[in-house]
Structures are given as structure tokens and as C-alpha cells.
Design a protein. Structure first.
Length: 212
């Protein structure tokens, strides 16, 4: 599963961070992403609808990789996986969650922004980490600097990235770029799925133009 996920992410280099308030809209949201050229989504557990939204999105688009974000406990991690989550993202490094995912062959991207956290991730067998909030912690300059001693680690910068600065994040040290701008919460709530598709199409075009 881990190899398949990495291959899928590599296709688009983008991971939309999706906050859903009404689980009934998860299916149309997923379809809008696919139409925009993005084959993956991270549905956060920030709302009560998150877990059901994961299930609904997966049912609507079986080929879409749907992950769970903002996973803060092992119980939520287990439930998200049982609902169909194909990967797990946590805002910080939680060794309990990381260990469970590793043992069950579920891709886990823990939040790591310091050398100590990255070292802990490496020692746990993780080679892709979330760099959040990216702009607050120095953005692309910080990623380039901190990657020097951690050559085998790839980063998922999230937070403060959008289509205006996406191009600078298309570098070898970055595994993928995450963000809510690809799937704006207000567009989901208003049913403006065309706006979601348009944002994704623009981002996909930027990535293609800047990849070597």
C-alpha cells in the first residue's frame, strides 16, 4: 500500500487538505478533485463529519486515495482506517500512532519540523514527514536547510502554500505539497465544485511547468 500511495502522489504532487462539514457533500467533492486532475485527498478530522466523509468519498470514488488528517489519537486513527482511510496524517509526531500504522502497513505522515522530530521519525521507519505550518517555520528555505543532514527524508509542506507560491515548492526535497487552497471549505459548503476543479487544474499546471 505504501508503494502504491507514493506512486499515486507522485503523479500530481498535490494533497488537498479537505475540511468537510456535511458528509453528504464528500462524494461530489471527491469527484471535483478528480476532474481537476488530483487523485488524492486528505479529509481532516477537525469536524464531526470527517469520519463519515472519508467513507462517503471512498464509496463515490473507489480509485481515489482518501486519507485522514488531523489524527490526534490512536482511537481516531483506527476508526479512520476502518472507514477506508488509505493513509494517516498527524500534525505532530505521535510514536503510538506511527507505530500502529507501521505495523499495519498504513502510510503515516507525522508532522515534523525540528531535527529532533525528524530524527524520531527516521528511527521509527518514516521517510516522509509533514512540514506544518510551512510558512511559519521558514517555508522553502527552511526545508532546503533542514534537509541537508536528512537526505533520505522527503517533506510535505502544508500551511501558507497556494497557487501564488506553489512553484517554489517544486523541488527534489518535497514529496508533495498539501493545502486547503485546493479544496476551499467555503466552496464545498456552497456547492461550488467547479471552483474546486479550477483550483486543482491551475495547481496541476503549475507543477507540470516546474518539474524537471
Amino acid at each position: 500500500m505504501i508503494a502504491m500511495l507514493k506512486e499515486k502522489v507522485t503523479e500530481t504532487y498535490l494533497i488537498p487538505v479537505v475540511v468537510i462539514d456535511d458528509a453528504a457533500k464528500a462524494g461530489d467533492t471527491a469527484k471535483a478533485l478528480i476532474t481537476g486532475g488530483v487523485n488524492i485527498m486528505e479529509i481532516t478530522l477537525r469536524t464531526e463529519a470527517g469520519l463519515q466523509a472519508i467513507e462517503n468519498a471512498k464509496l463515490a470514488c473507489p480509485d481515489l486515495i482518501v486519507g485522514a488528517g488531523t489524527v490526534l489519537s490512536l482511537d481516531k486513527c483506527k476508526e479512520a482506517i476502518s472507514r477506508g482511510a488509505g493513509f494517516v496524517v498527524s500534525p505532530g509526531f505521535d510514536p503510538v500512532i506511527v507505530d500502529y500504522c507501521q505495523k499495519n502497513n498504513v502510510p503515516i505522515f507525522p508532522g515534523c519540523v525540528t531535527p529532533t522530530e525528524i530524527t524520531a521519525a527516521i528511527n521509527s521507519g518514516v521517510d516522509v514527514v509533514k512540514f506544518f505550518p510551512a510558512q511559519v517555520y521558514g517555508g522553502i528555505a527552511a526545508i532546503k536547510a533542514i534537509s541537508a543532514p536528512f537526505g533520505k527524508v522527503k517533506f510535505i509542506p502544508t500551511g501558507g502554500v497556494d497557487n501564488s507560491n506553489l512553484a517554489q515548492y517544486v523541488i527534489p526535497q518535497v514529496f508533495a505539497v498539501g493545502g486547503a487552497w485546493l479544496c476551499d471549505r467555503k466552496h464545498i459548503n456552497s456547492g461550488d465544485f467547479q471552483a474546486i476543479t479550477a483550483a486543482c487544474q491551475t495547481a496541476v499546471k503549475i507543477v507540470k511547468e516546474n518539474r524537471g
